[in-house]
Design a protein around this ligand. Structure first.
Ligand code: SF4
Length: 240
């Protein structure tokens, strides 16, 4: 790794460390960076996102989600949260489901976790304004922020598949255990699922910790940073 690469990595790391420290950090000596291990081989491909009619649109998905009652979550929502971002993103970031603030605003990843997610994306040159569409496995808030049940995830999956087909991102970043398990169809914890590139029906998928987990446990910031670097490196490899 050359000096320029080291400086780039260090500055990016500082950004995410700033985020995790929730404040400004003064410059520190450039740390030693070990060579990155090769990503583990990808497991078997996941189902390919469904093709959608030519007249489908993100607006149609949002409108249908707003009146959807296909699962019990529809009865408790204030607003559905279909997602946010550019129509041709590099990356679709997929979380678990809306929380209280998201339910009020109709926007994904607002509040401290959302601010940290924005800083994490910024540290690798991405943003929800220009390069990332932010969505969730379920579009309506689970009560008391519980995990969305498997039948709720399944009921909402057609919306996500339509979004993926419409957005055609170059990669997926699954943030948290639920989206990683749901998309990959496995039951492993996020600690086992992170750190490698999966083939999600032809799309590369990287899983990492949810920013809320990073806010609770600073020890997770290093592996999360490794995951972000992995995503950046695969985007670079795609010329994105
Ligand atoms: S979570 Fe999804 S499937 Fe359930 S009511 Fe909301 S939009 Fe419909």
């Amino acid at each position: 790794m050359g000096n320029d690469d080291r400086i780039y990595c260090y500055e990016a790391l500082s950004l995410i460390e700033d985020a995790l420290a929730d404040g400004y950090r003064s410059r520190a000596p450039v740390p030693e960076f070990a060579d990155q291990a090769e990503p583990a081989p990808a497991p078997e491909a996941a189902p390919v996102p469904a093709r959608v009619p030519l007249d489908d649109s993100l607006a149609a998905v949002a409108a249908e989600a707003a009146r959807c009652m296909a699962c019990r979550l529809g009865a408790g929502r204030k607003r559905s949260v279909p997602g946010q971002g550019p129509a041709r993103p590099l990356v679709m970031v997929i979380g678990e489901g809306p929380g209280s603030e998201e339910d009020k605003t109709g926007l994904p990843f607002v509040g401290p976790a959302g601010q940290l997610l924005d800083k994490m994306l910024s540290s690798i040159g991405l943003s929800r304004d220009e390069s990332c569409f932010i969505g969730n496995i379920v579009k309506c808030r689970p009560p008391l922020n519980r995990d969305p049940a498997p039948d709720e995830q399944a009921a909402c999956r057609p919306f996500l598949d339509r979004q993926l087909a419409l957005l055609r991102p170059r990669a997926i970043l699954a943030v948290g255990r639920i989206p990683a398990q749901s998309l990959l169809g496995v039951k492993d914890g996020i600690g086992r699922l992170r750190g490698r590139v999966y083939d999600f029906g032809g799309l590369p998928l990287v899983a990492t910790y949810h920013p809320s987990a990073l806010l609770r446990d600073e020890g997770l910031k290093r592996p999360a940073w490794e995951d972000l670097k992995l995503l950046r490196s695969l985007l670079d490899g795609l010329g994105a």
